[in-house]
Design a protein around this ligand. Structure first.
Ligand SMILES: *[C@@H]1O[C@H](CO)[C@@H](O)[C@H](O)[C@H]1NC(C)=O
Ligand SMILES: *[C@@H]1O[C@H](CO)[C@@H](O)[C@H](O)[C@H]1NC(C)=O
Ligand SMILES: *[C@@H]1O[C@H](CO)[C@@H](O)[C@H](O)[C@H]1NC(C)=O
Ligand SMILES: *[C@@H]1O[C@H](CO)[C@@H](O)[C@H](O)[C@H]1NC(C)=O
Ligand SMILES: *[C@@H]1O[C@H](CO)[C@@H](O)[C@H](O)[C@H]1NC(C)=O
Length: 283
């Protein structure tokens, strides 16, 4: 009897042990905007330890992406050193792109599942997004600012992807073409290998986002040079397996989740998104 009880309680406590979750907020906001996700996870998965990163909030979220990645990597490494058996990582909006790069820049990360909640993974090119943060800039000429040394000091410039000025993008952008292995560097192999370590990569986005443009960028789709949206699976980044997306897909580790009816500023505030699309990946 005693042995059975010990066995049962061991099973129960095993089942109740969820991996810690690291959350990273979006641009010009802070960790507070991630509290709904945090609270819902704690409610549905009691006992989960959650690290809701509160750095680079507000204006400092506009800092250069590489600078943020290097600083935030310290947080991630500190967290995973306390939890060697692994954690899950979720980023929202710009935080989803930062989070992905934190993995790529740390080949020894111990993140199991990475959840990208409406992140501009293939870049951003749209008026609505632009005017939220740079109301005075015109879409057609924004590249003149962003594709310059000064423009590269800001996060948005780092992932601004103007399909009509691809040569300038490749010449000036010191971030996105590298993390997407469009330009090869001595880091390219690690950038890919680090993502291949994931158990799951979950790309959540949807057609009613209205900020990420094209919305398919949340799933690695983007405009071609004529402004036509090409889905991830027809783009080089996938067909040539530049960062491991194809391999992950073939191993059933890449989950592409499209949810209609959700505005960009609702993804992280809607508990049914947490319940239906996030919790299933937090074991
Ligand atoms: C990471 O841990 C080191 C050593 O404990 C500490 O000095 C440092 O401040 C921590 N960094 C962050 C960002 O938490
Ligand atoms: C990653 O881990 C391997 C094996 O433990 C080690 O050889 C390598 O130096 C580590 N790399 C970094 C960047 O820490
Ligand atoms: C990798 O490339 C960077 C930038 O070109 C350079 O500074 C660095 O020395 C290179 N590292 C190695 C190990 O070749
Ligand atoms: C762009 O449009 C032109 C003319 O319709 C076509 O020839 C070309 O193949 C298109 N290029 C791309 C990348 O779709
Ligand atoms: C919350 O998400 C569900 C789909 O999971 C959707 O039906 C509902 O309209 C959303 N609510 C808001 C306010 O966006």
């Amino acid at each position: 009897m005693y042995k059975i009880l010990v066995f049962i309680s061991a099973c129960v406590s095993f089942a109740l042990t969820y991996k810690p979750v690291v959350l990273l907020h979006g641009i010009l906001t802070g960790s507070q905007t991630m509290e709904i996700i945090k609270n819902r996870i704690e409610e549905k998965h009691p006992g989960t330890i959650i690290y809701n990163i509160d750095r680079f909030e507000g204006w400092s979220s506009l800092d250069n992406m590489w600078y943020q990645v290097s600083q935030l990597s310290e947080n991630l490494n500190n967290i995973t050193s306390i939890h060697p058996s692994g954690v899950h990582l979720l980023g929202y909006s710009q935080g989803a792109l930062l989070a992905r790069t934190m993995l790529q820049a740390n080949i020894n990360h111990s993140v199991h599942n990475f959840i990208s909640l409406s992140g501009p993974q293939a870049g951003q090119y749209g008026t609505q997004f632009l005017h939220l943060y740079f109301p005075g800039l015109a879409l057609e000429t924004a590249f003149e600012l962003f594709y310059s040394r000064v423009g590269q000091h800001t996060s948005v410039g780092n992932y601004w992807n103007d399909p009509y000025h691809n040569k300038l993008y490749l010449k000036y952008s010191n971030y996105l073409p590298y993390v997407n292995n469009e330009i090869l560097s001595n880091k390219s192999d690690e950038f890919k290998a680090a993502l291949l370590k994931l158990k799951n990569m979950v790309l959540i986005g949807g057609p009613d986002d209205n900020v990420i443009t094209p919305w398919q960028s949340s799933q690695f789709g983007f405009f071609d040079s004529n402004g036509t949206v090409i889905n991830m699976m027809q783009r080089d980044i996938y067909t040539e397996d530049k960062i491991g997306l194809k391999t992950l897909y073939e191993k059933k580790k890449l989950k592409v989740v499209t949810v209609p009816g959700i505005n960009h500023f609702q993804w992280h505030l809607n508990v049914s998104i947490v319940d239906n699309y996030i919790l299933p990946y937090l074991d």
